[in-house]
Design a protein around this ligand. Structure first.
Ligand SMILES: *Cc1c(COP(=O)(O)O)cnc(C)c1O
Length: 428
């Protein structure tokens, strides 16, 4: 059976006419393209290749881990234990005896090294959107403590929509004006009125990596606070929050951290700011003595101040199991492989895709590249549909972007070569 018909039968897709598919025989092992041989060599010396076995995957080339990470093999058993034993048998005792109550901080500390944070600064819980709200309103309140007259929030004009919507609401609530600004223009937009700046570390559409150290220091020089959204960088590249003095940060856990659909997000509040961080959602879980049930609010010390209500234990403990794959994995080696994968993909696309058919929106400089490649293509929606039918899963972003995410923990160079080859066939 040809590779294509094997895939079709695995996917339950019936044979049918395909446009633009080359009709020649499938290349045999001896006739593999030079790129196929290179892919095999790169896979053979990939020190992270063994991690793929820790995920539930099939022969599909999965390049959508920047939207929903693949399932780590340890998760189903853990969820089963949490539901049947911890909940089913231990019931209420599990809040203490199974560590449910302290899960938000414990799992925050598990994420911390991946984003360059010392322990005690991250809590897990709620969605990214909710954490953007807590962080941004919190940042404006912190800015007001040190200087008067700061009544402007700057937001990444190219942001993922939810961050922009929440920033607009945060601005209305805090009496600030919202200024959408392209990240590159932020340094010149800063001024004595700027209270806080909300930026994305990696642009979800183009895969562009913004210069977090330089932008954070420009924001600080203007006397404002820097809030970073790490959704598309955490788990794919080093972030170094502490080293660069980031004030507050948020991120989701279901992309490169593989926590599962709707797994809870996280909030980072730099330790020196924690004593004055005034959360706009001070639920009872963030109280210094939650079981004192006092009518008067008194915030807990440390990262706990970022909690709100009862944590979503099932998804949170699934995330905890998912994070075990990071044991002994350095984020620097993940970054090296991520760059090698995206370089190799761009090289294969160049070789296999007819000239002029796609245009890369992803910066060629490593310093400006996240872990995805975005290709502009006039009929991107239709092209991605056909590619998915053939076993290469990326995604389509309106109106004309083909998006391919490379999760170094489970994507190999052979996957990359195959994805580019099938893309080339689809576009021929
Ligand atoms: C994925 C993503 C989100 C998701 O927000 P949720 O509240 O978790 O749905 C938010 N912001 C950015 C930049 C993202 O990439």
């Amino acid at each position: 059976m040809s590779e294509r018909s094997e895939l079709r039968s695995e996917l339950g897709v019936s044979e049918g006419p395909e446009l633009g598919v080359s009709e020649g025989p499938e290349p045999g092992v001896s006739e593999r393209s030079e790129l196929g041989v290179r892919a095999a060599e790169l896979d053979a010396c990939d020190e992270l290749a063994k991690l793929r076995a820790q995920f539930v995957l099939d022969d599909v080339v999965y390049l959508d881990g920047n939207s929903l990470g693949a399932l780590p093999a340890a998760v189903p058993g853990r969820v089963d234990d949490v539901v049947r034993r911890q909940w089913g048998e231990m019931r209420i005792r599990s809040w203490e005896e199974s560590g449910w109550w302290t899960a938000p901080e414990r799992i925050g500390d598990r994420i911390a090294p991946l984003v360059g944070a010392a322990p005690g600064q991250i809590v897990v819980g709620d969605s990214t959107s909710v954490n953007v709200f807590k962080a941004l309103v919190g940042a404006v309140r912190l800015a007001a403590l040190s200087s008067d007259g700061r009544d402007e929030i700057i937001v990444d004009a190219t942001t993922f929509p939810t961050d922009g919507y929440i920033a607009a609401s945060a601005a209305r609530l805090t009496g600030c004006e919202l200024r959408p600004v392209d990240p590159a223009e932020v340094p010149s937009a800063l001024g004595p009125r700027t209270a806080a700046v909300l930026l994305n570390h990696v642009d979800y559409r183009t895969g562009r990596l913004h210069d977090l150290p330089t932008l954070t220091s420009a924001i600080h020089d203007a006397g404002a606070l820097a809030v970073w959204d790490l959704c598309h960088s955490a788990g794919a590249l080093p972030v170094d929050l502490d080293a660069h003095g980031v004030d507050l940060a948020v991120g989701c856990t279901y992309k490169y951290l593989n926590g599962g659909p709707g797994s809870p997000a996280y909030l980072y509040v730099r330790s020196s700011l924690q004593p004055s961080f005034d959360s706009p959602l001070p639920g009872w879980n963030s109280h210094a003595d939650p079981f004192g049930m006092s009518p008067a609010y008194e915030p807990a010390p440390g990262a706990l101040r970022g909690r709100v209500g009862t944590p979503d234990i099932l998804s949170m403990l699934a995330l905890e199991a998912a994070l075990e794959v990071w044991e002994g994995v350095s984020i620097d080696s993940v970054r090296s492989k991520s760059l090698a994968l995206t370089d190799f993909f761009l090289e294969c696309v160049d070789a296999y895709v007819p000239r002029g058919r796609v245009e890369s929106l992803t910066p060629s400089h490593h310093a400006e590249r996240g872990s995805q490649v975005a290709l502009r293509c006039a009929d991107a929606g239709e092209v991605m549909k056909r590619l998915i039918e053939r076993g290469v899963v990326g995604d389509f972003r309106h109106p004309d972007v083909l998006r391919f995410g490379f999760t170094p923990l489970y994507v190999g160079f052979g996957d990359v070569e195959r994805a580019a080859r099938l893309l080339g066939e689809t576009l021929s």
